[in-house]
Write a protein that binds this ligand. Structure first.
Ligand code: ZN
Length: 50
C-alpha cells in the first residue's frame, strides 16, 4: 500500500513501499533539515494514501 509523510515544512513525500518511503524521508531530512531521521520516526509519520 502506498504511504505518504507530510513533513512540517510542507513537503509531501510519497512512496509505494515502506523501504522506499523511509529512504526518501531520510534523504529529505538530511538534505533539507540537516536532521537524521530514524526508520521508526519515518514510519510513525507515515499515513496511508487513499
Ligand atoms: Zn521537510
Amino acid at each position: 500500500m502506498a504511504k505518504a509523510v507530510n513533513c512540517p515544512c510542507g513537503e509531501v513525500i510519497k512512496a509505494d513501499t515502506d523501504d522506499e518511503l523511509v529512504r526518501l524521508v531520510q534523504t529529505h531530512g538530511k538534505d533539507v533539515h540537516q536532521q537524521e531521521v530514524s526508520r521508526e520516526d519515518a514510519m510513525a509519520m507515515a499515513q496511508p494514501v487513499e
